[in-house]
Write a protein that binds this ligand. Structure first.
Ligand code: FE2
Length: 300
């Protein structure tokens, strides 16, 4: 099992922070505040932030923040990076203050996706009080949710996540848009928590540098209420309501202000990895999840 405990945060970039402030508060139902050193904190639990948005161009996803459980786990990971000749950069105090961690390093996968490995998060124990009355998001030891990253150079990336960062395959989806053509591979990967996948890698590129990020609420009611807010705020739908086959998540997908998608769901599988058997599936959802609506630019 990986030393990585969970996806603790992500970093996105946008030309105008107000777009994310409005989206977080009015659509996601999360809290916002100014981040130290600039940028926007988006808070979804008792931590100061789970999303950090920085001002800049272009609008895109910038980085995934991965948490190690302890200083010794962090040091063991750095020793492994050194042994495998993987380059990383130790970050300074100002960087760590903005990320709210004790120590951090930055590294890139073979496809150029940026990762920030950290340990020792700072907590002010301030409660989460949703501006939209969302009771809670499922986070804690399972992290903020999951992220799906573009991996056109798939074999190199798959090996990087398994052999360097220590992720393990939960299961595999080989997508064939043309039944007689080649498969587009998606690997769903887990680390040291019960969430079915904290990361997935997809064998294609996307301009926003993230396929989607998932956040999870504790009831179908809250998914429906978020969907109502999406409509009220005119946020484009990317995929209709549906239920995934592998992690059983019931969710819909919509655009974020930085151009990548966000999956808003509930009921995701929590796995006892000692009893799990990896498998390959041929349909991504049991029902729903029509991504055609996003490609057509439909609003509802
Ligand atoms: Fe997802």
């Amino acid at each position: 099992m990986s030393e990585i405990r969970a996806l603790s945060y992500f970093v996105a970039q946008i030309d105008d922070l107000q777009k994310w402030r409005d989206y977080a508060e009015n659509v996601l139902g999360m809290m916002t505040s100014d981040a130290p050193g600039g940028g926007l904190y988006i808070k979804m639990d008792d931590r100061p932030f789970r999303m950090l948005v920085l001002e800049g161009a272009p609008d895109q996803y910038l980085a995934s923040g991965w948490e190690l459980a302890s200083k010794s786990a962090f040091d063991a990971m750095l020793a492994r990076l050194q042994a495998l000749d993987v380059e990383y950069r130790v970050q300074d105090a100002e960087f760590c203050r903005q990320r709210g961690v004790n120590e951090a390093v930055v590294l890139h996968d073979p496809c150029g996706n940026r990762h920030e490995l950290t340990w020792g998060y700072l907590s002010d124990c301030a409660p989460f009080v949703s501006p939209q009355g969302v009771p809670r998001f499922l986070t804690g030891d399972m992290g903020l949710g999951h992220t799906v990253l573009p991996a056109p150079n798939f074999d190199a990336c798959a090996s990087f996540y398994r052999d360097v960062l220590g992720f393990e395959i939960s299961d595999i989806f080989n997508f064939r848009p043309d039944p007689s053509g080649p498969a587009i591979r998606i690997h769903f990967l887990h680390c040291a928590n019960a969430r079915h996948h904290s990361l997935a890698i997809a064998e294609y590129d996307v301009p926003s540098k993230c396929v989607h990020v998932m956040v999870e609420v504790d009831s179908m009611t809250e998914v429906g209420r978020a969907h109502d807010r999406r409509i009220a705020q005119g946020v484009p739908l990317s995929a209709t309501l549906g239920q995934h086959l592998n992690d059983k998540m019931t969710s819909f997908y919509m655009k974020t202000p930085s151009g990548f998608d966000l999956e808003y769901g509930w009921g995701g599988l929590q796995v006892d990895w000692d009893k799990h058997t990896a498998f390959e599936f041929t349909s991504v959802s049991i029902w729903g999840h029509d991504f055609g609506v996003g490609q057509q630019g439909e609003q509802q």
